[in-house]
Design a protein around this ligand. Structure first.
Ligand code: FAD
Length: 455
């Protein structure tokens, strides 16, 4: 049985971070069979975090963000072609060019795409951008080089805030519009959001919270400005729509898999569920497109848009694809991500939105050096550092062991106040951007049926 798993045909759909790291792991684990990688983008796998940071600052060109290879993967690469479906009966992936790829095991790593501006005519105006791909970043960086008079950023999640930061570092005038009460609250809660708002204002961002953009105006096909729900308007030659991500699952609609707007659900071993909630044993999932249960977060299904999760989950998925039951591993790593903006290095471990209270355990907002620790029902569930990343390992251990909240004072640099305050995690519906971490139950309004059962 174990030898069989090391051979046969494996297809990976999604040739980006999770797909590449899975392919490398498969070969590391001794898979000698046929490996096919399918990717909609024409470019070989590249890294996305620099796109909203170094690339927008003009320090790195978008085409220089190629992911380093850990090893040769000896795969057949099918780039620039979209997978349009999975036939669960015949076990094959169908491509947009009509080709069919039979598989013994399949890994789905199709990630997410940028949520577009909802009004197609306005989205088509020259000067309106989203930022998800290297192509997007190259086009936006070029327009920033040209010195626009004002950039409008719609949505103040991590991507929107990083874009605003890069623009200010370039000396460009920036307006940020956010429907929620502060930047970053979708991922870090209201207490941290208040800090993020102060930071943006101190860096000269025209920050407008509690408003929505009601119209993008244009003349002769070019963006000229925007109107807001409070009746105000601005002139702008660039608008970056940073409304969060949409999971690439539509192509799985007839696959019989548990795929929906919140991702493709799987077990802790990365095996996809079918639509009845029964675990498959030949379809695996990893990266931003996955929803998986995590014991630290009450087994709720977790959807993450974190670089580190894509790598760790891809490695576990690949291991489990080529190893028999008793040797299989769970994907249990503690979620972690980083962001750099407005001169600060923000890092997080755990799930800050899985919290009811937060306390500044070290440092202070005034110093812009701090560790905020989040708790849920008296145990530590997350920690976020600002320019104090070395402490996160310590808090990660506390999260893993469900240590009591608030944490004991560690004796180093006492905080200004040790009183926890509500973490004020908003209902995602009040945000203009989708949060990068979501704990998801099932969607009661969605009834799944396999329309073409058996063809
Ligand atoms: C601008 C930006 C900045 C970021 N910064 C950070 C950061 O600072 N820290 C952090 O932790 N994370 C960050 N992230 C998130 C991180 O990049 C993602 O978590 C990571 O890219 C997820 O990898 P993935 O392989 O799961 O999905 P993706 O990178 O989304 O790749 C999925 C691939 O599948 C392809 N695909 C989709 N559908 C199909 C189909 N039907 N057929 C074939 N191919 C398909 C897509 O074209 C894409 O190439 C950032 C993301 C962006 C966009």
């Amino acid at each position: 049985m174990s030898d069989d798993l090391k051979s046969g045909r494996i297809v990976i759909v999604g040739a980006s971070l999770a797909g590449l790291r899975a392919a490398e792991t498969l070969r590391d684990e001794g898979f000698v069979g046929q490996l096919t990688m399918v990717g909609e983008e024409r470019l070989p796998p590249y890294d996305r975090p620099p796109l909203s940071k170094q690339v927008l600052l003009g320090r790195v060109r978008a085409e220089e963000t190629r992911l380093p290879r850990r090893r040769e993967v000896d795969a057949q690469w099918k780039l620039g072609v979209r997978a349009t479906g999975v036939d669960p009966i015949d076990q094959c992936v169908v491509l947009a060019n009509g080709e069919e790829l039979p598989f013994d095991r399949l890994l789905i790593a199709t990630g997410t795409r940028a949520r577009p501006w909802p009004k197609a005519e306005e989205a088509a105006l020259e000067g309106v951008f989203t930022l998800r791909t290297a192509e997007d970043a190259a086009a936006l960086a070029e327009r920033l080089d040209a010195g626009p008079r004002r950039v409008l950023v719609i949505g103040a999640g991590f991507t929107g805030s990083e874009i605003a930061s890069a623009c200010r570092e370039r000396g460009l005038a920036v307006t940020v519009a956010e429907r929620g009460p502060a930047p970053l609250i979708g991922a870090l809660g209201g207490a941290f959001g208040a800090f993020a708002a102060k930071l943006q204002l101190a860096h000269g961002v025209d920050l407008r919270c509690g408003v929505t953009v009601t119209a993008l105006n244009g003349r002769d096909g070019r963006l000229t400005g925007a109107e807001f729900s409070d009746g105000s308007r601005i002139e702008a030659d660039i608008a970056v729509v940073a409304l969060g991500a949409v999971r690439n699952t539509e192509w799985l609609a007839d696959s019989g898999l548990a795929a929906g707007p919140r991702g493709l659900a799987c077990d802790a071993g990365c095996r996809a569920f079918n639509m009845y909630g029964i675990v498959t044993d030949n379809v695996f999932v990893a990266g931003d497109v996955a929803r998986f249960p995590h014991p630290l977060f009450e087994y709720q299904l977790l959807s993450l848009e974190h670089w580190g999760n894509a790598v760790a989950q891809a490695e576990v998925a690949a291991h489990n694809m080529v190893n028999p039951g008793p040797q299989r591993r769970p994907h249990l790593s503690v979620p972690a991500f980083w962001s750099s903006q407005f001169g600060l290095n923000i890092k997080s471990v755990g799930v800050p939105t899985f919290s009811d209270h937060v306390v500044i355990a070290q440092g202070s907002v005034e110093e812009r050096r701090l560790v905020a620790v989040y708790g849920y029902r008296g145990r530590i569930t997350a920690a976020v550092s600002v320019n104090r990343a070395k402490w996160l390992e310590h808090y990660q251990r506390l999260i893993e062991t469900a240590a009591p909240f608030p944490p004991e004072w560690d004796g180093v640099e006492p905080p200004v106040s040790r009183t926890p305050v509500p973490s004020d995690v908003p209902d995602p519906k009040v945000l203009s951007h989708g949060p990068t971490v979501a704990l998801t139950g099932h969607l009661p309004d969605r009834r799944l049926t396999l329309k073409h059962w058996g063809g």
